[in-house]
Design a protein around this ligand. Structure first.
Ligand code: ACO
Length: 324
């Protein structure tokens, strides 16, 4: 018998304020046409003043628990993927734990920027398959609006705020790719690419939160190459290929990256969940948001084979293959 980490529930939360591309036209030298054509983004959500990452994460977490029909105290662990925690410490995961009324288990943050949710899922899978936890809530939540330089047109139009969450529970499998649950993971980092994508502040340097800096076209080049490679690597670990995939649920950074990756995997775009037009790049929140929206749209169904893939600052990138 094989223990599998099976998805029991999914949910998301988006802040109320919707920011269309046209709002940027009034502030910086850009156009709605440029943003749509180069990124696919039409709008994004920004958190209200005083609304924090743990607030967004707690709303998504509560929605995922409700979808799973599970009480907070049934959880053994809560993992939050974020790069925009409320405070330097304690972890925003413990704040979400408190906000949802979870009094048991343990909670911690994972920081792998836009690849954070994939890294968090892989950690949750390791906890469950090693028998250290039976039920793990995995949240991705971000308030990237707080680290954007609104004078820099090359970055500020790209990102949004939001949160998504999944509840994983140990289930019995047969050890074949027909099992429900996480089937394979593939994680990678290469810290020599630090300068391509970083925030120019931090506790032990400037003592400030800083602003996001990115050499977008360089990141783009790495994304197209590395995302298809990591997805193929994860699928290959269980003897699967692009042909077997029902849905790619990619990190939502740029429609051109999403399309190029799908093409390299030989998966048609009608089998890709795309939300970037509505949310922008919500970093570690983008994949759980897309999973939740994909399920709500009726795209993702029980038994579907799903590949998630993401790349972000580090560079860090990876993929998770799971059967819903
Ligand atoms: N409006 C108008 N023009 C713009 C804007 C804007 N908002 N931003 C840039 N431009 C201009 C540039 O200044 C440049 O002008 P120039 O030719 O006169 O110098 C021109 O558009 C082309 O710029 P590029 O950067 O080459 O444009 P590109 O086609 O690469 O698109 C983009 C830029 C959208 C950032 C793209 O490179 C991209 O999506 N990169 C990947 C981002 C990503 O995936 N990040 C993932 C992780 S994020 C994380 O981990 C936090």
């Amino acid at each position: 018998m094989t223990i599998r980490a099976v998805v029991r529930g999914v949910g998301h939360y988006l802040p109320e304020r919707v920011v269309p591309n046209s709002e940027f036209e009034q502030r910086i030298d850009t156009t709605d046409e440029w943003i749509r054509a180069r990124t696919g983004i039409e709008q994004r959500h920004f958190a209200a003043e005083g609304e924090t990452t743990s607030d967004l994460g707690a709303r998504a977490a509560a929605a995922a628990l409700a979808d799973a029909g599970m009480e907070p105290d049934a959880l053994d662990a809560l993992i939050l993927a974020t790069s925009t925690a409320d405070l330097t410490f304690p972890s925003a995961a413990t704040m979400i734990q408190s906000k949802i009324g979870m009094k048991s288990g343990f909670a911690f943050d994972v920081q792998a920027v836009c690849a954070g949710f994939v890294f968090a899922l892989a950690n949750a899978n390791a906890l469950i398959t090693s028998g250290q936890a039976r039920r793990v809530l995995v949240v991705g939540a971000e308030t990237f609006s707080r680290i954007l330089d609104f004078e820099d047109r090359t970055t500020c139009v790209l990102f949004g705020d939001g949160a998504g969450a999944v509840v994983l529970e140990a289930g019995d499998g047969t050890g074949t790719p027909a099992d429900r649950g996480i089937l394979a993971t593939d994680l990678n980092s290469d810290g020599s690419y630090r300068d391509l994508l970083y925030v120019d502040g931090g506790v032990s340097t400037t003592g400030t939160a800083g602003h996001l800096r990115m050499q977008g076209n360089q990141v783009f080049r790495h994304a197209v190459e590395k995302l298809a490679a990591t997805a193929h690597a994860a699928l290959g670990k269980v003897g699967l290929s692009g042909e077997d995939v029902d849905w790619i649920v990619p990190h939502q950074a740029n429609l051109r990256i999403i399309a190029a990756t799908a093409s390299r995997m030989q998966v048609p775009m009608d089998r890709v969940v795309v939300t970037v037009q509505d949310h922008g790049n919500t970093s570690a929140a983008s994949i759980p948001l897309a999973l939740s929206v994909g399920k709500a749209r009726g795209q993702i169904k029980t038994g579907d084979l799903i590949v998630t893939e993401a790349i972000g600052g580090g560079l860090s990138w990876g993929s998770v293959v799971l059967r819903w």
